[in-house]
Design a protein around this ligand. Structure first.
Ligand code: FEO
Length: 390
């Protein structure tokens, strides 16, 4: 397999995972890539590696431009195994290579995974000359692990951003200027929502740290590289990190005999009446990771569950766990559900949603058995009144 030239002396030597469909619970319908980059300078430098099963693919791409044993420097921007899994393998081939990682968490995490490979810890602003080029290390802790850092290479103004600005998007095109750009934006949003979203404050700080730097290329560790649309992706990240709302409202539910579904539509009517754009998700058909991507910019979320064996439906419990772990901005919520005789689920949904970031718009809405038109109209009226009272 061949390396892809990205800039003078800079090559993509990663791997494409066309068949990845699940990344720790995140549905990756477009696959992914693990991007490693090779810089040919006085010190031959490898930026990040790939997931372990793809190590031979990376090796063959490196070997298409240089003998892999000649690598002098390996930068590990992040220890998560999708980027470090092939590190021991490549270190075994390039025995004299020095491995640089964030001082503290980066070195500690790599040692925990792979033992002592002689890591060199680097601190904020520390530089490393590799010949004509200089690497500057910028820690970005909690975007999205404690060890994350990015590496700026000058001249050339190339930011090796690791997970930041990435997308789970398998493609033979390496650049934003060549790929299906709308798809890249969709996948960048889904990636942010499912990986980075809980760390908006840290992302804001990381963006501020990059603010004054001249950046001509952003080379992430997943998906396509940003070369012609850097202002756009930076602007999207600023907006997501700030928790900016749009005019959508999210309605998520499961249903046994269509009663909770009918209640979901009654809530939908209220959102419409207030000029919002409701989006409905039946958990029989919709994946948690797609819902949180859409929910990221919504101010309102409604979640409904029938009562099953004195509990909310397992699908709803799963969604609430996933949503609560990721939600990054303040939202107003509505809990609702139908029941036969127990009726516990709406209150359980209410309690599960309540948190410093999610406040109730009104008390839990409950109806027994099949709701009639009058009851549904009352739900629409109550939710509309609560929305208008905001
Ligand atoms: Fe792509 Fe945090 O690993």
């Amino acid at each position: 397999m061949k390396a892809t030239r990205i800039a003078e002396g800079v090559y993509w030597v990663g791997a494409i995972d066309w068949n990845l469909r699940n990344f720790h619970g995140y549905e990756t319908e477009k696959g992914s890539s693990y991007n490693a980059y090779l810089v040919l300078d006085e010190k031959v430098t490898l930026i990040d590696t790939v997931k372990e099963p793809f190590k031979e693919e990376m090796l063959s791409r490196i070997a298409s431009v240089i003998d892999p044993a000649k690598i002098d420097v390996i930068v590990s921007n992040h220890a998560e195994p999708d980027h470090s899994g092939a590190l021991p393998f490549i270190k075994g081939i390039a025995a004299n290579a020095k491995i640089y990682a964030a001082a503290g968490a980066g070195v500690k995490d790599l040692a925990a995974y792979y033992g002592d490979l002689g890591y060199i810890g680097v601190k904020a602003g520390e530089t490393l000359s590799i010949g004509k080029r200089t690497l500057t290390f910028v820690p970005t802790p909690m975007v999205h692990w404690p060890d994350n850092m990015v590496t700026l290479m000058t001249p050339g103004n190339i930011l090796f951003s690791n997970d930041a600005f990435g997308q789970h998007y398998a493609s033979d095109e390496r650049l934003d200027s060549e790929c299906d750009l709308p798809e890249a934006y969709i996948q960048a949003r889904k990636y942010y929502a499912n990986i980075v979203q809980p760390y908006g404050m840290q992302t804001g700080k990381a963006l501020s740290a990059l603010e004054g730097l001249a950046i001509d290329k952003i080379l992430p560790s997943h998906g396509v590289c940003w070369t012609e649309h850097i202002p756009e992706i930076l602007s999207l990240y600023r907006s997501w990190a700030a928790g900016t709302y749009d005019d959508t409202a999210i309605v998520v539910y499961d249903t046994m005999w269509h009663s909770t579904e009918a209640m979901a539509h009654a809530v939908e009517e209220a959102f419409l009446a207030c000029g919002l754009k409701p989006r409905l998700y039946d958990l029989h058909f919709c994946h948690n990771s797609d819902i949180v991507a859409d929910a990221m910019t919504a101010k309102y979320i409604a979640v409904g569950s029938p009562t099953l064996n004195n509990n909310m439906m397992p699908s709803v419990a799963s969604f609430l766990t996933y949503f609560k772990g990721l939600n990054g901005n303040k939202k107003k919520f509505i809990a609702f559900g139908s029941y036969g005789w127990g009726g516990q689920s709406p209150d359980q949904v209410f309690e599960a949603l309540k948190s410093p970031k999610c406040e109730p718009l009104l008390p839990a809405i409950k109806l027994s058995y099949k709701p009639d038109a009058e009851q549904l109209a009352a739900i629409t009226a109550d939710v509309t009144a609560a929305l208008k009272g905001e």
